[in-house]
Design a protein around this ligand. Sequence first.
Ligand SMILES: Cc1ncc(COP(=O)(O)O)c(C=O)c1O
Length: 313
Amino acid sequence: MSDALPTESAKTRQMVVNGTTVPFADATVHLMSPAMRYGLNVFEGLRGYWNDDERQLYIFRLQEHLERFDQSIRLLRFKAEFRMDAIADATLGLLRADNHRANCHIRTTAYLDGIGEHHVTGPVSWMVYAGPRPRGKKVESGIAAHVSTWRRMSDNALPPRIKCGANYANARLARFQAQIDGYDDAIMLNDEGKVGEGPGACIFIVRKNKLITPSVTSGILESITRDTILTLAQDRGISIEERAVDRTELYASDEAFFAGSAAEVLPIISIDRLPVGSGAVGPVTSLLQKDYFDAVEGRGNLEKSWLTPVWNT
Ligand SMILES: Cc1ncc(COP(=O)(O)O)c(C=O)c1O
């Protein structure tokens, strides 16, 4: 599961740094900055979806991403001088300036700039990048996951609720272990040994026609896709449980999938080499995946309050 940026095309792009549009090569940070030395940054990853019928690019749940971004900034005690409106404007401005008329992935990061130790509160800089990011190759066929021996950090140590770069050292350990051991990705248990999330996505299982996902107090990121899936499932009349999930429920599940802005809806067809259900992508997963793609791409009669249009049509 390589998530490398397409470097050559990235180099031709522009970025917004502290409200100014600059060439990709000029978007740099000092080696002595707390962002660099301690990984002191918070970020969001969003997707833009191109709707060809409407000739429109939609940013999916921009408002909710910015609310979480703001929360991460506050919880990590960054003293930011900017407002979320400026980030929203910069995001739209960048997509327009770069003439984005295809699916894209947007990175929004706030970081401790300047030169300082890990306890400084500023200066806080921010940047926005947008570039291509293809859909995962296994989004249709599904992936093989395992339960990692690496635990997700607890809310009392390095809270997953804060979407900060440093948290991804933990995610990295789990993903590498999974891949070295021959799996596509990892499922991480939380500090209490209950199911937490993946290195870069939240997790759902289906058991006996119920859609089950760890509660937001399970030491996980408050995923926006998780909220989206729960809403879509509710609209379908699927019964939902948000609660602590045992490890063995993973093995006993009929279906399982990861969900996240980057991962989208990614079926899990085996866990620790045990087939999930029949070992094929299940009906609830397929239905919710279809609903998710319809929602993000602004198709059908779904209401569009989650979508921010980029172009004035
Ligand atoms: C650790 C982790 N959990 C869950 C998610 C899913 O969050 P969201 O749906 O807000 O993208 C992500 C994706 O960013 C993540 O990195």
